[in-house]
Ligand binder design. Structure first.
Ligand SMILES: [Zn+2]
Length: 330
């Protein structure tokens, strides 16, 4: 399916509810973004807050010179598992989905409302009109602060019996390894998310203090520049890698080996046509992709060795676009 043949009746809103920001896109019938806005995340678990948010969306549509009554669909991408009407949210999100849907209905009376898991939204968008066009079965892995994934088989997102299909972030890559938020140990997310990369970088530095200090002395400016600014600042680590920083070389090595290994296990079971990478870390794919592909080829069953691993095409608009699209096809 290509962008030109999608038959969308009218304007839609895609809402990507994240832990720190809410991204909203107004899209036309060809899924082109007409306008978009980013809000800071806030609790949406009371009617007054939901109404205020819906009112803000209405103002955004009006500012873009459209009538809110023209909005035919609104899709919401949610950070949590979704199975039918059952939603289990991540702990850092305060949301009463039913209240939000009620208020959206008040402000956008002609819109079909839909919601789905955020990684599934991204997977759907990349598969339907992103880097997955031309492939039937797509495994989409989104790597940011954490790791999410979506599986699209023949154009349909697979939720699984418990809404947990594709949770590749919690595939075990290190027996007895780092403790994970899911209560287990050694999950991929602890090594191959933005947080995992920064953690390895810092651990390597802490375990080699003398080299680390001399680096600080001799190249004060460079060393300062190469310090991650927060727990999920993988961008600085990738920059340090390109400068040849030994901590970053190790962090990228651990990242690529963990990810390549986990993708190998998952593809041995799923055998998708292509693996697409999304999320913030995908923007640095040129740094690590060949290493990931190599470890993957060594880990996966022989017939799947040539399966391609590619960065997605829709960047951080994937979830928002997938949500808008889902409001049309659901
Ligand atoms: Zn886990």
């Amino acid at each position: 399916m290509s962008i030109g043949v999608i038959d969308m009746e009218g304007l839609r809103l895609g809402i990507d509810l994240g832990g720190t920001t809410v991204k909203v896109g107004l899209v036309d019938e060809e899924l082109e973004i007409v306008d978009k806005v980013i809000y800071r995340s806030r609790p949406l678990d009371e009617m007054a807050a939901c109404a205020e948010f819906s009112d803000q969306l209405k103002a955004f549509v009006v500012e873009a010179r459209y009538d809110p009554a023209e909005i035919e669909g609104i899709g919401v991408a949610i950070p949590g598992t979704v199975l039918g009407a059952e939603v289990e949210l991540l702990p850092n999100i305060q949301l009463d989905l039913q209240l939000l849907l009620e208020s959206l209905r008040d402000y956008f009376p002609n819109a079909d409302l839909a919601y789905l898991n955020d990684a599934n939204a991204g997977a759907l968008a990349e598969a339907a009109f992103g880097a997955g066009v031309g492939y039937r079965n797509v495994l989409y892995v989104t790597i940011g602060t954490g790791i999410g994934a979506g599986v699209v088989i023949g154009g349909k997102v697979i939720a699984g019996a418990h809404g947990a299909a594709g949770e590749i972030g919690h595939v075990s890559v290190a027996k007895g390894g780092r403790r994970c938020s899911c209560g287990r140990r050694g999950c991929l997310e602890q090594y191959a998310s933005a947080r995992g990369i920064v953690r390895t970088f810092r651990e390597v530095g802490a375990n080699a203090p003398s080299v680390y200090e001399s680096l600080d002395h001799q190249q004060d400016h460079l060393a300062h520049m190469l310090m991650p600014k927060h727990d999920a600042d993988s961008l600085t680590v990738f920059r340090a890698y390109e400068e040849g920083d030994f901590r970053a070389v190790k962090a990228v090595d651990v990242f690529a080996k963990s990810l390549g290994f986990a993708l190998g296990q998952v593809c041995t079971v799923l055998d998708p046509d292509v693996v697409l990478l999304g999320g913030g870390v995908a923007g640095s794919a040129h740094v690590y992709l060949s290493k990931v592909q190599q470890v993957f080829s060594e880990s996966v069953i022989e017939p799947c060795r040539e399966t391609e691993i590619l960065p997605g095409r829709l960047g951080n608009s994937a979830n928002m676009l997938g949500a808008a699209y889902y409001s049309m096809i659901q």
